[in-house]
Design a binder for this molecule. Structure first.
Ligand SMILES: Cc1ncc(COP(=O)(O)O)c(C=O)c1O
Length: 400
């Protein structure tokens, strides 16, 4: 079935799915305009309505009127750990093992060097060859600093490539380009069976599916908060350490905010207890507290329902594309089974121009070189009707 009958069928399916969606009401927690289909939440999440008033209060009252008192009276000093505890359930971590601060890039470096220091005598770091580039750059620098070598491998080759000399394996949970989801349990177990530590970058999975750091005994994890956690542009990243590794953590950026007595101004370094020892310098208070407010969007949300909706939305979008776009014009790069995150990546000729035309028509995704169109389906605010409109618009652009 194609043409008008396909459209009518898809429209009816979208309406039914939106009506039955248990998360449909959560969309109201976001500031969105109905004229635009926003499918770039895998790059910059939409603005939660809870954020502007909170930021205004932080700036106007806490900074503006209370000034320095806010470090203690408004909980600024403990915000990195407190907000880490709000992220912990979204990544399957126990309280007290996630801290928020710095960028994902910095936290990749922190994690890889920490892993190297925990595995003395081992001289190799394996890095996901398909990784978002910053992870590879930072892993290379961490390895160089430790006198180790860096080897890029495909994630599914880790069980064959990890060996006696491997100190750390750095992997991306969901591939930023293709949307492929990697098996955290199996790959962590294979790294562990060779005696290596594993670092996962959760930037494209947290907030779309149940991440089970504790269950899989993951050693370190990092991730950004400005995508599916909606913390805002440049929102601080998070860093997780496995509970039984925390006491032995020797992180490479031991600034004064990770000191046991930061206001004692001691010349010598003594690490703080707990996850505080993974902090470095003064926390980014305005962005941290914007993130804190953004996390209110998750109140009462069941991550299993989020995952079910994410799979249903991406399935439906792929079906719409299959039925509305003539065969052979686009190639799907995203797995069609459950091994995918919450994005669909399609390749086509002249992808950069196609994405520009889509954006001009109110369908916002993004383009990654050389030929990938990325469509992110943030389950908290994307509707099935949006998926259909995106596919219809894509079919229209490609027909021109
Ligand atoms: C997987 C992954 N890691 C890291 C980053 C970027 O990290 P940073 O926040 O340090 O720029 C991104 C950005 O999109 C990403 O997709």
């Amino acid at each position: 079935m194609s043409g008008p009958s396909a459209r009518a069928d898809l429209t009816a399916r979208a309406e039914r799915a939106d009506l039955a969606d248990p998360l449909a009401g959560i969309r109201d927690r976001f500031d969105l305009d109905d004229g635009v289909v926003y499918l770039d939440g895998n790059s910059l999440g939409a603005l939660p309505r809870s954020v502007p008033a909170r930021v205004a209060e932080v700036v106007g009252v806490q900074w503006g009127r209370m000034r320095i008192r806010s470090w203690t009276e408004c909980g600024w000093w403990e915000a990195p750990e407190r907000i880490g505890d709000r992220i912990a359930p979204l990544v399957g971590a126990p309280p007290g093992h996630v801290v928020v601060g710095d960028s994902t890039s910095v936290n990749v470096f922190r994690a890889v060097v920490s892993a190297l220091r925990m595995t003395p005598g081992r001289n190799e770091v394996l890095v996901d060859a398909t990784s978002f580039p910053t992870d590879g750059y930072l892993a290379a620098s961490a390895a160089r600093l430790a006198g180790a070598t860096l080897r890029a491998v495909q994630p599914d080759r880790v069980p064959d490539e990890v060996g006696d000399d491997t100190a750390a394996v750095l992997l991306n949970h969901v591939d930023y380009r293709t949307g492929r989801l990697w098996d955290m349990g199996a790959l962590t177990a294979s790294a562990h069976s060779a005696g290596a530590r594993v670092v996962w970058d959760l930037s494209h999975s947290a907030g779309t599916l149940p991440v089970q750091l504790d269950r899989h005994r993951v050693d370190f994890a990092v991730g950004c908060t400005y995508k599916y956690l909606n913390g805002g542009p440049g929102a601080p990243a998070y860093f997780f350490v496995r509970p039984d590794l925390l006491s032995g953590l020797d992180q490479p950026l031991p600034g004064w905010c990770s000191h046991d007595d930061p206001f004692g101004m001691e010349p010598g370094y003594r690490p703080a207890a707990g996850i505080t020892k993974a902090r470095t310098g003064t926390p980014e208070i305005i962005s941290l507290l914007a993130l804190d407010a953004a996390l209110d969007a998750w109140d009462g949300v069941d991550i299993e329902q989020v995952r079910a909706k994410s799979l249903a939305l991406t399935d439906f979008f792929l079906d719409c594309v299959h039925r509305l776009v003539p065969a052979g014009v686009v190639t799907n790069r995203t797995p069609t089974d459950q091994w995918r995150g919450s994005q669909v990546s399609l390749s086509c000729a002249d992808a950069a121009t196609v994405m520009k035309s889509l954006i001009a028509r109110g369908v916002v995704g993004d383009h990654r070189p050389p030929d990938v169109l990325r469509f992110g389906f943030a389950p908290l605010y994307t509707r099935f009707a949006d998926a259909l409109r995106a596919a219809e618009t894509l079919a229209g652009v490609l027909a021109e």
